[in-house]
Design a protein around this ligand. Sequence first.
Ligand code: S3P
Length: 173
Amino acid sequence: MPPSDPPSSPAPNLVLVGFMGAGKTTVGRRLAERLHWDVVDCDDLIEARAGRRISQIFADDGEGAFRDLEEEVTATLADYRHTVITTGGGIVEREANLARLHAAGRVIYLRAHPDALYARVAGSSHRPLLQVADPRSRIRELLAHRAPRYEAADQIVDTDDLTVEEVVEAILR
Ligand code: S3P
């Protein structure tokens, strides 16, 4: 019998997922400080790759083109080591990204109530998907669709009643 492949283990990183406004960027930076790790943000990688802001990519080429770039960037994440990786809220829209996130490290879902998310993102003009007449309903719709994919994380942290420091502690514990 041919030898079987060694079991694949995820790269040694932490990957934060969650909806827009879940606090991924803030928590990610603090987590990286605590661990003395690097932090990398998928949206920044996409902007660097495209040479344009995310809002401009959506405006010029549409969501599909943005998702293509996001998928390309996600395929590079397993190359990182000892890095906190923060992701865009829609990274789970492409199902193929899920396995890549898990290959990149321990995946942590920062979960929040839709009302809390709405309160945090209301008025933000740089999130193209929320530039609609009724962003509150949009959040609920997108969240309903994405939640099962976020929940496939290795750890779920309910952030509604926690400070940033408490979220970081919950992840480090
Ligand atoms: C998106 C979330 C954004 C950004 C883009 C699309 C989404 O990132 O990737 O606007 O589909 O939820 P944040 O979650 O960091 O806001």
